[in-house]
Design a protein around this ligand. Structure first.
Ligand code: NAG
Length: 275
């Protein structure tokens, strides 16, 4: 009896796995799409041998449902148009048919490598550590990152793990550390390159190195400003005393002024009344 029960469960399991892999979904233009420099691309799915009647369909990108892609009905085909091929257009797309169980087909949209400097210009103080960062927002992300220093007309490859340089990379970003910054040797342009298997893309960063003294300038500026301010206040206080007599003269003429002001107001009131 137990043996029979085991056999039934086993065959049910087998039936389920078969049923789950059974539907045939054909993707257009293919399982992998390379839009290259096309401006738009239309993805399509067509299902045959659905495991149950189709109630509708929708599309996902990187596991999240794409808004306004839901359709209802027994339609065995569905389309989704990517209207603008930007560096963020790539990713793992999928069409999902509402069946029991769900029928899903993944389509990978692969765009050319995207590389961008985090900041196009960086600066550091003499003897400090310079930090240069390049990032990628594309699909696929770079598998390899490289750094170069622009020297004259050529680019010299930077080797990781020397006294001068250290490189830390993840698929999303690469960071170049330039240690013990030197004003003449390290100032200049640096190039990062990434490759996602569909070609190389580059970014360029300008590094400025300031002398330690230059870092002091703002502080010296503030000190100079305070000295000037104190001097001005001091001189003003000294000169002010003889002025006080004329100040009194001014206040003497004040009542006259306010008289004319009230006269004016009276005239306004009168005018308004006559209206
Ligand atoms: C560079 O070298 C350091 C240590 O020497 C290491 O931790 C790091 O992963 C290396 N970076 C790359 C991009 O290989």
């Amino acid at each position: 009896m137990r043996l029979l029960w085991g056999f039934v469960t086993l065959s049910l399991c087998v039936y389920h796995t078969v049923a789950a892999t059974d539907p045939q979904i054909t993707a257009t233009p293919g399982d992998e799409v390379f839009p290259g420099n096309e401006t738009s691309v239309t993805l399509g799915c067509s299902i045959t041998d659905a495991p149950s009647p189709i109630k509708g369909s929708y599309w996902t990108k990187n596991g999240e449902k794409i808004k306004n892609t839901e359709t209802e009905g027994a339609d065995a085909t569905t389309e989704y148009s990517i209207d603008k091929i930007t560096n963020t257009a790539g990713g793992k797309y999928a069409c999902v048919f509402d069946t029991q169980p769900q029928s899903i087909k993944e389509i990978e949209v692969k765009t050319p490598t995207h590389v961008k400097p985090y900041k196009e210009s960086e600066h550091g103080n003499e003897n400090d550590k310079g930090v240069l960062t390049c990032v990628s927002h594309g699909y696929p992300l770079p598998l390899d990152w490289f750094w170069f220093k622009v020297t004259g007309d050529s680019e010299v490859a930077i080797i990781n793990g020397t006294e001068k340089y250290e490189i830390k990379s993840t698929p999303e970003r690469t960071i170049l550390y330039v240690k013990a910054l030197d004003m003449t040797a390290d100032m200049g342009d640096y190039v990062c390159k990434g490759d996602n298997g569909l070609g190389m893309a580059t970014g360029q960063i300008h590094l400025r190195v300031r002398s330690r003294l230059a870092a002091l300038w703002p502080f010296l500026g503030i000190v100079a400003e305070v000295i000037v301010l104190i001097a001005v206040i001091f001189i003003y206080e000294k000169k002010r005393k003889p002025d006080e007599v004329t100040d009194d003269d001014d206040s003497g003429s004040a009542p006259l002024k306010s008289n004319s002001a009230t006269n004016h107001k009276d005239k306004n009131v009168r005018q308004r009344n006559s209206n």
